[in-house]
Ligand binder design. Structure first.
Ligand SMILES: Cc1ncc(COP(=O)(O)O)c(C=O)c1O
Length: 394
């Protein structure tokens, strides 16, 4: 066997388009060129000390150092259930309706592998988070995009209705939405609800940015709408809410039958993970409302800082309603291809960003769009804005 054979030759045909994630490619580029990394969505400061200390204390006291229960430790499942009740008035049974996973990533993979059969269609909003496409491919499903278009990225409800066919198995929704920053309106939530209920679809609702919604918008889990609890799998992540993305503690919430299906595949992906971190996240979820409010307010301030900086440079900015990403159209600066722009940006300005087009099947819709992460320290954002101000116009 020769190590020079490209990895794609080893992959079965249905996985050959996967390649390396754009995040890995761009983060490696940032390191290699010493650029400011506004690409991958991770904060450059850790979350609260009290949460980190809770992990240290769990490690020292031997909590979670051996395999935790397959569905997650009871302390964490109770804390997740209490969190849903506190913030959304949603009652969930911590013993039968909550499953702890290795980040939201595993919850997504286990859900899709559990529910999608060869040829089943999965409707997803595009641009979509890249693991959706990969997991649908692994399940040999067919992804059916509903395109969110710049600058407002609103859901085209007619397109959503038209995307449903007899082969539709899942509706995969993400709000607040990565990479566009769109957060569902009441009308959009209602449209999704009616499409799901009328067509008897299962909805996978990726809500990892639930505490990153700005300008006093409310995050409303789709599962809390009438007729949705029994058909929705809600996916969450401690990484985003508590700024410990490396810990990879996520969860899935669903009625017991659906959740058991997800648990069946999850057992054979990781079985369990992050024992001591599960204890720490249980404590994190119980932090007072003030923590959550100031976290949102701080990220909203950073959103404003980066959005206005990018606008002052001349980009067309879509100010995000949630998440920690802002999207720009690069055409006012004379560029038209985001992938080419992002690959050249380290050399042009010493900054790294993520091109939208890799998240679209409709390449034209994403071509001029670029995503910038603002979950970074102010001086990093200001330095990036400064560097980008010197960008040569074309
Ligand atoms: C929309 C979305 N879903 C899921 C994830 C993965 O979350 P985790 O790090 O908990 O696996 C991310 C991470 O960026 C994301 O943006």
């Amino acid at each position: 066997m020769s190590s020079s054979i490209p990895e794609r030759q080893w992959l079965p045909p249905h996985l050959r388009t996967l390649g390396t994630t754009i995040f890995a490619e761009m983060s490696a580029l940032a390191t290699a060129t010493g650029s400011i990394n506004l690409g991958q969505g991770f904060p450059d400061t850790d979350g609260p000390d009290v949460v980190r200390e809770a992990a240290v204390s769990a490690l020292r006291s031997g909590h979670g150092n051996q395999y935790p229960p397959g569905i997650g430790i009871p302390e964490l499942r109770n804390a997740i259930a209490a969190h849903q009740l506190r913030w959304y008035g949603q009652s969930v049974d911590a013993d039968t309706e909550v499953l702890v996973t290795a980040g939201a990533t595993e919850a997504i993979a286990a859900t899709i592998l559990a529910l999608v059969d060869e040829g089943d269609e999965v409707i997803a909003l595009e641009p979509y988070y890249d693991s959706y496409g990969a997991c649908i491919a692994m399940a040999r499903g067919v992804r059916v995009p509903v395109t969110l278009r710049a600058p407002s990225f609103r859901i085209d409800v007619e397109a959503l209705r038209a995307a449903v066919t007899p082969r539709t198995r899942l509706l995969l929704i993400n709000s607040p939405h990565n990479p566009t920053g769109m957060a569902l309106t009441d009308a959009e939530r209602e449209a999704i609800r009616s499409v799901a209920v009328e067509n008897d679809l299962i909805v996978v609702s990726d809500e990892v940015y639930e505490h990153l919604v700005f300008d006093d918008r409310a995050h409303v889990p789709l599962a809390t709408l009438p007729g949705m609890a029994e058909r929705t799998i809600t996916i969450g992540s401690a990484g985003k809410t508590f700024s410990f993305t490396g810990w990879k503690i996520g969860w899935a919430i669903a009625e017991p039958g659906l959740l058991n299906a997800v648990r069946t595949t999850k057992q054979f992906l990781t079985y369990v993970s992050g024992g001591p971190f599960q204890y720490a996240v249980a404590q994190a979820l119980e932090l007072p409302d003030d923590y959550y409010r100031s976290f949102t307010a701080e990220l909203q301030r950073k959103r404003n800082l980066l959005s206005s900086g990018l606008a002052s440079i001349g980009f067309d900015v879509s100010v995000p309603e949630g998440t920690y990403f802002v999207t720009t159209d690069i055409r006012p600066l004379g560029f038209d291809d985001g992938l080419d722009f992002c690959r050249r940006l380290p050399e042009l300005a010493g900054v790294v960003a993520i091109p939208h087009q890799v998240f679209y099947d409709d390449l034209e819709a994403g071509r001029p769009l670029v995503r910038w992460a603002f979950c970074k320290q102010d001086d990093v954002l200001l330095e990036a804005i400064d560097r980008l101000s010197a960008l040569p116009r074309r």
